[in-house]
Design a protein around this ligand. Structure first.
Ligand code: NAP
Length: 289
């Protein structure tokens, strides 16, 4: 039987790293390209890469994810997060490859009280959110589009590594917002579900997040507790109190209902009470704090 092959873009990022690891473990032959090896905004380079490799599937983990910087440079955000996807979708179709593209809870405005399902209408508040919503549409109906949220893991800097770093400075006041609610997602858990969705060639929208909504304040408390610090050191603040204020608005409710996974009988990701202490322990073992 032919070994399935994968091209993963944005492979030096958090999710890209774990996608490379999960597919390799599962016996796929993986070509993992970072920004320097393949710039997704370069249509000719994307077409040439797909034409040369003719992979079974492509996972697009490349994105400009600096939400606040996107606000000041919406054209650049659109080039990477939307036009890059257009190039990948066209080249994947030409090469007969199945495309899996990652998106975000920032496609929603967060004003709905209930968790967002895949069939709720997007209404992004920020340049990042608009560029990602456009990217979803560029991926096309034959692609698997996976919306996730609040990604953290072992590679690179993320909210959990930041909380751990600040927690290690006893004199440092710790304040986190308690008016933004979402679901923390550990990237290695996410990569396992991406493997399943790509292997099954499941087209369409899928919400894939860790289970158990929480605010950043609640997550910071959990991180401190898992790391052996006093969680009462964390003070709740409102987004409006942040100084300096953030350039980009965030959805107050970014909770994604994983409705399609449930309907299709695909196991949900673990609850945050399990995944967060496990991640903190892994970061400790890797001497990241
Ligand atoms: N992080 C989150 O909390 C979060 C939440 C929801 C959804 N997502 C989505 O999940 C996906 C993966 O995010 P992540 O957390 O892994 O982000 P990440 O760690 O920032 O990784 C993204 C990678 O894309 C690369 N990249 C940027 N511009 C590129 C270009 N023009 N061509 C090729 N590569 C490019 C970056 O390289 P350089 O740094 O060298 O430019 C970076 O290595 C993205 O689609 C993101 O929108 C993330």
């Amino acid at each position: 039987m032919r070994v399935p092959t994968l091209l993963v873009t944005g492979a030096r990022g958090q999710v890209g790293h774990e996608v490379e690891a999960a597919f390799t473990r599962a016996g796929w032959q993986v070509t993992a390209v970072g920004h320097r090896e393949l710039d997704v905004t370069d249509g000719e380079a994307v077409a040439a890469a797909l034409h040369g490799l003719r992979p079974t599937a492509v996972v697009n983990a490349a994105a400009w994810t600096d939400v606040d910087a996107c606000e000041a440079a919406p054209d650049r955000a659109r080039r990477v997060n939307a036009l890059g996807v257009r190039h990948l979708a066209a080249a994947s179709a030409a090469a007969g490859a199945f495309l899996c593209h990652l998106s975000t809870d920032h496609v929603f405005d967060g004003t709905q009280a209930a968790p967002y399902r895949e069939d709720d209408a997007p209404h992004p508040l920020s340049a990042y959110g608009r560029s990602k919503w456009e990217g979803e549409q560029e991926a096309g109906p034959g692609a698997c589009v996976v919306r996730t949220s609040w990604v953290c893991g072992r590679h690179g800097d993320n909210a959990v590594t930041t909380i751990l770093r600040l927690a290690g400075q006893p004199e440092r006041p710790l304040a986190f917002v308690d008016d933004q609610r979402g679901c923390l997602t550990v990237d290695s858990d996410l990569a396992g579900t991406l493997l399943r969705l790509v292997t099954d060639r499941r087209a369409g929208l899928h919400h894939v997040t860790g289970q158990g909504p929480a605010t950043w304040y609640e997550i910071a408390r959990r991180v401190l507790a898992a790391a052996g610090h006093d969680p009462d050191r964390v003070r709740p603040v409102a987004t409006a109190e942040l100084r300096p204020p953030r350039a980009a608005p965030r959805p107050a409710n970014g909770v994604l209902d994983n409705a399609v996974l449930r309907r299709e009988g695909i196991p949900l990701l673990p609850p945050v009470e399990e995944s967060l202490p496990a991640l903190v322990a892994e970061l400790r073992a890797a001497q990241r704090w």
